[in-house]
Design a protein around this ligand. Structure first.
Ligand code: NAD
Length: 261
């Protein structure tokens, strides 16, 4: 098993991409913490994944925008599993609308989850990873919107670009401690976050839902396919299992060719 003996925290893992990463990590032998806002959803996802993989999976409530909640969640992980080797900073939200119409509170809500959440969880894990002497790997869920902009998504685009900066800073500062950092940048993935956006965009753009999928979301892919949660989880395992600093500070595009570097 590729992650035997490792401990991983995955934020936002009660759903979608995070859940798939947590599942795959557990299947590869890692002990996994599902850290999501709601205790019951985290516990239920953990129980289901543990039952299927026969792995060790703990579900806990963590609001990544709340310093105390992050600190206590990471402390609980270390108390339960003895350390933390992998952090997937994945929790996310989305509020769409034109910049001229956006409420300041909505702008802040998006930046808080993606940027404050990434900082707080990274800091809490680095404080353990540095003295452990074992290094570690921090994987951020960025987006194609870490590299390009779309209309109606200014807070999200801003936050996802910001995550690239944090990742590169962590790669530089973490290197002497054996800590690597990467950003996985998916194209559209059919999770609840995206299902919610389809009718919202259809209304604003005056299109059918089908047109939003074909003419907006998948327009520039090479095969008109959504990125799958399995494709992302496989990439996360690959990044987490590396043992040298050869691969660090990278952003990996999983967008079915939508964005090519
Ligand atoms: P999702 O809605 O299925 O899951 C997001 C999870 O984050 C939810 O379980 C939610 O409860 C949790 N969350 C939200 N705020 C939180 C907080 N303050 N603290 C802890 N958890 C919180 O969405 P998803 O599509 O799986 O999104 C996961 C990540 O992938 C996000 O960062 C998102 O921006 C990114 N992403 C998604 C897509 C896509 O097309 N779905 C594409 C690129 C990037």
């Amino acid at each position: 098993m590729r992650l035997d003996g490792k401990v991983a925290i995955v934020t936002g893992a009660a759903s979608g991409i995070g859940r798939a990463m947590a599942h795959r990590f557990a299947a590869e032998g890692a002990r996994v913490v599902i850290a999501d806002v709601d205790q019951a959803r985290s516990e239920s996802a953990a129980a289901e994944i543990a039952a299927i993989t026969r792995g060790h999976v703990l579900g806990l409530a963590m609001d990544v925008t709340d310093e105390d909640s992050v600190e206590s969640g990471v402390a609980r992980t270390i108390a339960e599993y003895g350390g933390v080797d992998i952090l997937c900073s994945n929790a996310g939200n989305q509020i769409i609308g034109g910049i001229h119409e956006l409420a300041y509170s909505d702008w802040k809500k998006v930046l808080a989850v993606h940027l404050d959440g990434s900082f707080l969880t990274t800091r809490a894990c680095l404080r353990h990873m540095y003295p452990s002497g074992k290094g570690g790997c921090i994987i951020y869920t960025g987006s194609v919107h870490s590299k390009l902009a779309s209309v109606l998504k200014a807070p999200y685009v801003t936050a996802k670009h910001g995550i690239l900066g944090l990742c590169r800073a962590v790669a530089k500062e973490g290197a002497p401690h054996g800590v690597r950092a990467h950003v996985i940048c998916p194209g559209f993935v059919r999770t609840p976050l995206v299902e919610k956006q389809i009718p919202e965009q259809a209304k604003i753009l005056n299109m059918t839902a089908q047109d939003v999928v074909e003419k907006v979301m998948l327009k520039d892919t090479v095969d008109k396919q959504f990125t799958s949660t399995d494709e992302i989880a496989e990439t996360a395992v690959f990044l987490a299992e590396q043992t040298t600093l050869a691969l660090t500070g990278q952003s990996i595009m999983l967008s079915h060719g939508w964005f090519m570097e």
